[in-house]
Design a protein around this ligand. Sequence first.
Ligand SMILES: Cc1ncc(COP(=O)(O)O)c(C=O)c1O
Length: 401
Amino acid sequence: MTTHLKIGRLDADELAKKLTTPLYVYDARRVEENYLTINSAIFYEPKQIHYAIMCNNRLQILKVLLNLGADIQVNSVKEYRLVKSIGSSNAKISVTTTNISTDDLSFYAENQAQINFDSIEEISCYGQLIKQSSTVINHTIGIRISVPMEITDQSATNQPHPTKARVGINSKQFDLVKEAAKKYNLKINGIHGYIASNLIDLVPFIKLGSYLVECAKKFPDLEYINFGTGFGIDFDWLAYGQMVTPLMRSISTFFGRPIHLKIEPGRSLVGDAGILLTRVTNIKDMGNWTQVGVDAGFGVFARPYIYGWQKGQGGYHPVVVANKIDQPPKGLYTICGNSTLQGDFIAEDRLLPEIEIGDLIAILNAGAYGAVMLSGFPGMRRAGEVLIYDDTIEVISETER
Ligand SMILES: Cc1ncc(COP(=O)(O)O)c(C=O)c1O
C-alpha cells in the first residue's frame, strides 16, 4: 500500500476520484496559518494586512481570512462590490489600481472608498467629481509612488518593460500632486509603493521601506504607509517584522502620532494553500525525454506558460505524484498539458517516482494566480475548486464534465 498525499486530513487521490480532475484544492488551515504567521511577525501596531483578492477571489477563501480579521485590497469595482457584499466596511478596503475610468471613480467616490491614486490626472478627475457631489464625504486620498529601480536594485521592480515603469507617481511630481489635492480640498493621508511579486530576499524590502518613509515625510496629513507586496512563498516574515517595526516607529515619532502600517499580500497568504490535482492521461517516449500528459493545461493553469516553467522562473511549480508520495524517484519526467499549444509545458525534467497512466499529479503552490487565471482556452473543461477544512469539503465549483 503506497502512501498518498494528504490535503487537510483527506487523501488527495480519493478526493480526485470523488470530484474528478482537474481540481484545485485549497487548505483552509494553511491559509489561516499563513495569516497568523504574518500577523504575529509584524508586531508593529497599528497595522492592516490587506489580502489582495486578485490572486484568489473565491468567497470561501475570503471568508477564512476575514474571520481572522484580515483587511482587503481590491483592484476593481467588481472586486470592491464582492467584498462589500460580504459585509466589509471601507475602513477595511484598500483600492489600489491604475487607470481608473471616470465612471469607476464616481462609483468609488459615492461609496466613500479609500483609493490609492496612480496619477495627478486621476486625482483631478476625482476632485471634480466630488466637487459636484453633495453626498461624498470622504476627502482623503492615498497616492501610489513610483519606486525607481535604483532604489531597490531590483530589475523585478514590477517593471517588465525594460525602460518604462508605468505604476505610480514620480517623486519629482510631489509638489504637483499636493497642488492638485489642495485645489479640490483633498487630504493626502497615505502613500503606497510596491515591488515585484514573489521575492524572498529581504534587501529590496529594506530599501523600499526606507524610501517610502522618506517620501512620507513630505505629506503632513499622513496617516498610513502601504508597503504593498512582493512577498514570496516562504518569505521570512520574522525578519520583515524586525525590519519594518523600527521604520514605522521612526515615522510615527516624526509625525508625533501613530502612523498605520499597511501591506497587501496575496500569494504569500494563499499560494502554498492551493494544489492543482491532475490525472496522467498519456506517457509519450520522446527519445531523450519522457512526456507525461495530464488532463490540465494552459486553459486551467496558465502560470507555467506565461511566466516560464523552469527553476527560477515565475511559473515554476513543484510537482509530486500524489498517489506515490513515498516512492523513490525513478527518472526525469516532463509534465505537459492537454492542449494543442506547443508551449503547454507544466514542469520539465522533474525527478519523480515511476509514472503510469492514471497516476495523480499534484501541482503545488497553485493557490494564487491559478484558478483566477483559468480561461478554459482552447476549449478545455474548467477545473473544479474545493476548500478543505481538516476533513470537510466545501465545494466552490465543480469540475466541468
Ligand atoms: C497593488 C497590488 N497589491 C497587491 C498585489 C498582490 O501581490 P502578491 O500576490 O505578489 O502578494 C499586487 C499584485 O500585483 C498588486 O499589484
